[in-house]
Design a protein around this ligand. Structure first.
Ligand code: FDA
Length: 394
C-alpha cells in the first residue's frame, strides 16, 4: 500500500492533521491500534469535551522551549475551531470564562473530526499494530499488521502516556529515539494528589466536599475549586498545581483566598466578642469542613468566646486558613492523569511544519511533543493547531 501521508494515532491531533492533508489533495491513511478512534476525546471534560479555550495564549503551555508553540497557535486560533464546530451544528456552552464545552456530548467533536476526514477522503484503519518504521529512499516504510505500508510522510500523533487503558503507549517516544531525537523526562500532569495516612483518612471523610481555594507551589498559584477525594485532593486548582509540583515538596492552600483571616478574626473579636470560632468558621465553609477543621486542631479550639482568644491563637487559626501547608504523598499517576508533561524535545522539530529537521519525512504533533497545556481546553487547542499546521504542510 502506498500513501502520501500516514498518520499514526486517530486521536485529536491525528484526525485533524489527516483531514487537512486530505483536503490538500494528499492520499492519507490513519492507523491506530485501538478499537475506536478518539477515545480520549470521548472521555474528556467529563464526557462533554472542553474543546478549546477562547483565551489561549502561549503562556498557558509548559515546554522546555516556550516559544515553540507560538507559530501554530497563532495560525490556528480558538475562533477557527469554533467556526468548524458551528459549521457542523455542534451546540456548546461556556462553562467557565473562555472554556467551551459541548452542550450534549463529546461524541459531537469526534463526529466533526470523522466527518471532516470522510469529506477529505482519509482512510482510517483501527486495531492495527505497527511493528517497524524505517526510512525507505525518500519516504518511510512501515511494517504493520495490515502488511507493508509505504508513505511519503509519517506523522506521529500517538499522544502521551496518560490512561493506558485508553490505548496510551510510549510508541512515539521510542520512535523519536530511534531517529535520534531527545525525549525529555515524562511525568503525569493534571493529576489528583494522594496523601499520607493521617491526612488521607481526614480527607477521605470529606470526600465530595468542594471549596473555592488558591493552591500554590513555588511561583505558581491557581485560584479555583479544590475537591476532597477518597485518596486525597483533586479539583481544578489541584490538577493545575500538580503539573508544576515537584515530588517531596509542600503545597500551600489558601482556604480563604479573598479574605485576610488574621484581620477578619481580630475584627470579629472586636465587634462580636461573644461569638465562637466555630460560628465564624461556619459562616465561611460548608458545615462538614468547618466541623473537620475544629476536629483537626483540637488544641487551639476550646469552647470559649472570641474575646478570650489571644492574638497568637487567632494568628494560628489565620495561618492554617490562609497558608495551609500540605505535603502530598504523590499523585494518582498515569491511571488518572489528563496529560503528560515532557516528551519529544522540540529542539529538532520545525515549529512551522512539525517535520524533524534531519528527517523531513517524519513529523510529530500533539501531546507526544514536549508541549503541555494547563487545564481548561488548552490541550485540545494544541492538538488542533499542531494538527492543522502539520497537515497543511504535508
Ligand atoms: P490522543 O491521546 O488523543 O491520541 C493518540 C492516539 O494514538 C490514540 O488514539 C491512541 O490509541 C493512538 N496510539 C497510541 N499508541 C499507539 C500505537 N503504538 N500504535 C497505534 N496507535 C497508537 N484536554 C482538553 O483540552 N480539554 C479537556 O476537556 C480534556 N479532558 C481530558 C480528560 C481526560 C480524562 C484525559 C485523559 C485527557 C483530557 N484532556 C483534555 C487532554 C486531551 O485529551 C489530550 O491532550 C489530547 O487528546 C491529545 O491529543 P493527541 O491527538 O496528541 O493524543
Amino acid at each position: 500500500m502506498v500513501y502520501d501521508v500516514v498518520v499514526i494515532g486517530a486521536g485529536a491531533a491525528g484526525l485533524m492533521c489527516a483531514a487537512q492533508a486530505g483536503y490538500a489533495g494528499r492520499r492519507v491513511l490513519v492507523l491506530d491500534h485501538a478499537n475506536k478512534a478518539g477515545k480520549k476525546i470521548l472521555m474528556s471534560g467529563g464526557g462533554r469535551c472542553n474543546f478549546t479555550n477562547l483565551g489561549t495564549t502561549p503562556q498557558h503551555f509548559y515546554s522546555e522551549n516556550p516559544y515553540f508553540c507560538i507559530s501554530a497557535l497563532k495560525r490556528y486560533r480558538p475562533e477557527h475551531f469554533v467556526e468548524l464546530v458551528d459549521r457542523h451544528g455542534v451546540e456548546y456552552v461556556e462553562k467557565a470564562p473562555g472554556q467551551l464545552f459541548c452542550a450534549t456530548s463529546a461524541k459531537e467533536i469526534l463526529r466533526v473530526l470523522q466527518t471532516e476526514c470522510e469529506w477529505a477522503g482519509v482512510e482510517i484503519r483501527l486495531q492495527t499494530q505497527i511493528t517497524r518504521v524505517e526510512r525507505h529512499g525518500e519516504g518511510i516504510r512501515l511494517a504493520t499488521s495490515l502488511g507493508r505500508v509505504d508513505a511519503g510522510v509519517v506523522v506521529v500523533a500517538s499522544g502521551g502516556l496518560s490512561i493506558p487503558t485508553m490505548g496510551a503507549t510510549g510508541f512515539g517516544y521510542e520512535l523519536a529515539r530511534q531517529f535520534g531525537l531527545e525525549v525529555l523526562p515524562t511525568r503525569p500532569g493534571l493529576v489528583p494528589f494522594t496523601l499520607s495516612d493521617a491526612w488521607k483518612a481526614r480527607c477521605a471523610e470529606l470526600s465530595g466536599v468542594s471549596l473555592p481555594v488558591a493552591v500554590s507551589s513555588g511561583e505558581r498559584r491557581f485560584v479555583e475549586p479544590m475537591l476532597f477525594t477518597h485518596r486525597g485532593l483533586s479539583g481544578p486548582s489541584v490538577l493545575q498545581i500538580s503539573s508544576v509540583w515537584q515530588p517531596g515538596s509542600t503545597i500551600e492552600i489558601d482556604l480563604l483566598p479573598s479574605e485576610n483571616a488574621a484581620d477578619s478574626l481580630r475584627y470579629a473579636r472586636e465587634t462580636t466578642p461573644k461569638r465562637q470560632v466555630s460560628t465564624w468558621l461556619g459562616e465561611r465553609f460548608p458545615k462538614r469542613f468547618a466541623q473537620a477543621l475544629l476536629e483537626w486542631y483540637p488544641d487551639t479550639h476550646v469552647s470559649k468566646p472570641l474575646a478570650q482568644y489571644s492574638n497568637d491563637e487567632l494568628d494560628q487559626w489565620a495561618c492554617r486558613l490562609n497558608q495551609w501547608q500540605l505535603k502530598p504523598a504523590g499523585t494518582e499517576g498515569w491511571r488518572t492523569a489528563e496529560v503528560t508533561m515532557g516528551g519529544v524535545s522540540t529542539e529538532m522539530i520545525s515549529s512551522k511544519t512539525f517535520e524533524v529537521k534531519d528527517v523531513p519525512q517524519l513529523r510529530f504533533i500533539g501531546e507526544v511533543l514536549d508541549v503541555t497545556g494547563e487545564l481548561g481546553g488548552y490541550n485540545f487547542q494544541w492538538a488542533w493547531a499542531s494538527g492543522v499546521a502539520c497537515g497543511q504542510a504535508c
